[in-house]
Unconditional design. Structure first.
Length: 92
């Protein structure tokens, strides 16, 4: 699994520049941004969700407590509605 360090090395930039680029900050020049994004794509870089959760102090997860018996279809509909409502907010 590629890391931000791998992307920085391949693009020939600092880790901070990779971080700024991936966050979409506009303080990075277009040519550097393209190098970083190309390197990330070539390496198949994906952000580490655990590291991000630790850094942000947020997990982007929603817990749902349901009764032991799920025979009532209401609970399936409830769970599906919650999932669909949470997707735009980047929750799992």
């Amino acid at each position: 699994m590629a890391t931000i360090y791998d992307v920085a090395e391949r693009a020939g930039v600092s880790i901070a520049t990779v971080s700024r680029t991936l966050r979409g900050e506009d303080c990075v020049s277009e040519s550097v941004r393209m190098r970083v994004l190309d390197a990330a794509e070539w390496l198949n870089y994906r952000p580490n969700r655990v590291a991000r959760a630790l850094a942000e102090g947020r997990t982007h997860a929603v817990g749902l407590l349901l009764p032991a018996s799920l025979s009532n279809p209401f609970y399936a509909q409830l769970a599906e509605s919650i999932v669909q409502s949470a997707i735009p907010w980047s929750y799992d």
